[in-house]
Design a protein around this ligand. Structure first.
Ligand SMILES: [Mg+2]
Length: 418
């Protein structure tokens, strides 16, 4: 069976050893050496988040403790994560990908699908585009990517995994059965550990076993999902690659409000910030994101603006954490402004990262991020003080520009958290 004329051309592009590669691109002295990115290396409990290929040769694994990693490779170079750096590289990658098509669907910071069906007139075949992307990423950014080219998202993803680093793999209608059907079924993106167990009990070990299974059996054991899996294994899919602008992660989320009367007390600042931060945290959760940067700004009765931003050691998601950072900053700044009566406050978070990265980050994050807020109490306080609808008046906004740009608007000074 040959390429059907209605087939899509889909690429899955995956940056190799992303965190570690960003560090090596920034500091060429690290290249070619066993190195790893980890939580605080001075604490033996720090955990390996990413490692170079040289470190992989020593059997160092993501999730190893620093202690384990060093006992496998005493010369291992340890680097602390620099998420702002990874964010910059990630944006540079997506800037490049979106030059080929507007259909660029992010899957974490360093992976995405591209639908280049309509791009071949300008840029060549899927394979040619994949090779162009690989060489441009390598020359321009000093990173390598693996690319899978196929006619479905599932197969394209299998392709980027198949050969790495810095490789292009094409799964066509002609060859996918020969190669893909021999792969373990757990390599497929939709197959988690539990599904793999269920399939194993049915004697399904490879993607080919799955493709040849009677659909009825799969439906009985796995419901609608069983049919989806069967379709995926057989190269049948009607999934769209999302348009970049429709789902791209906002760079910052903020919430601000102007009060009808002056704010003159510390408790009033706390109440207002609590309400604003709670809104920001809720939206942050809605996006499945966490933030590495918190900022706060205020205006005095005379409309004099001031503000500050804080870079955090690990990403946060809860209102409590946003509140405490904002309070620390605003109280210091307010003091400098002689506790002048305030008329407006804005709370925001930036350097946002997706759920994928956050899950990894949780590994080394030893602080408790699941603290509950006492927002409800404060909401009542603030309503009592400023009126019932003050909460709704808060102007919520999602920004697609960087927090640095917003920070420029006011007299911001960075706070360094130690
Ligand atoms: Mg990757």
């Amino acid at each position: 069976m040959s390429q059907s004329s209605s087939d899509k051309t889909i690429l899955h592009v995956d940056a190799n050893n992303f965190y570690a590669s960003c560090e090596c691109a920034k500091d060429p002295a690290l290249r070619g050496k066993p190195m790893a990115v980890c939580g605080d290396p001075t604490r033996r409990k720090g955990i390996i988040l990413a490692k170079s290929y040289e470190a992989k040769r020593y059997d160092i694994k993501t999730g190893d403790t620093v202690y384990q990693a060093l006992s496998k490779c005493p010369n291992l170079i340890l680097v602390q994560p620099d998420f702002a750096l990874y964010g910059r590289y990630s944006r540079a990658l997506f800037d490049l990908y979106t030059q080929y098509t507007d259909r660029v669907e992010c899957f974490g910071m360093d992976e995405c699908w591209l639908d280049v069906t309509g791009s071949s007139r300008l840029f060549g075949s899927g394979e040619e585009i994949a090779n162009q992307i690989r060489s441009r990423v390598k020359q321009g950014l000093g990173l390598t990517v693996s690319v899978g080219v196929s006619f479905t998202k599932v197969l394209a993803k299998l392709g980027s995994d198949y050969k790495k680093p810095d490789a292009t793999t094409v799964f066509s209608r002609d060859n996918f059965r020969d190669i893909v059907w021999g792969l373990p079924v757990s390599d497929m993106i939709m197959v988690g550990r539990r599904t793999a167990q269920t399939l194993r009990a049915l004697g399904v070990l490879t993607i080919g076993d799955l493709a040849r299974m009677p659909q009825e059996v799969l439906r009985r054991k796995l419901g609608v999902n069983g049919i989806k899996l069967w379709n995926a294994a057989n190269g049948i899919e009607d999934e769209e690659v999302l348009r970049y602008v429709d789902h791209v992660i906002p760079e910052s989320i903020s919430n601000g409000t102007t009060t009808p009367i002056d704010i003159t007390k510390e408790e009033e600042i706390l109440s207002l910030i609590t309400v604003l931060a709670d809104n920001v945290a809720t939206r942050l959760r809605g996006y499945g994101l966490r933030a590495l940067n918190v900022y706060v700004s205020a205006k005095t009765r005379e409309f004099l603006p001031f503000g500050g931003s804080m870079r955090l050691d690990s990403p946060i998601g809860s209102a409590t954490e946003i509140i405490s950072s904002c309070m620390e900053m605003i109280l210091a700044l307010w003091q400098e402004h002689h506790r002048a009566p305030l008329r407006s406050i804005t709370v925001g978070v930036g350097h946002l990262m997706g759920a994928n990265e956050s899950v990894q980050l949780n590994l080394f994050d030893e602080t408790d991020h699941q603290k509950t807020t006492n927002a409800d109490l404060s909401v009542d306080n603030i309503r009592a003080r400023f009126g019932k609808d003050i909460i709704q008046r808060g102007a919520a906004c999602v920004n697609t520009f960087t927090s640095e740009e917003i920070i420029d608007e006011a007299d911001f000074r960075p706070f360094k958290k130690n």
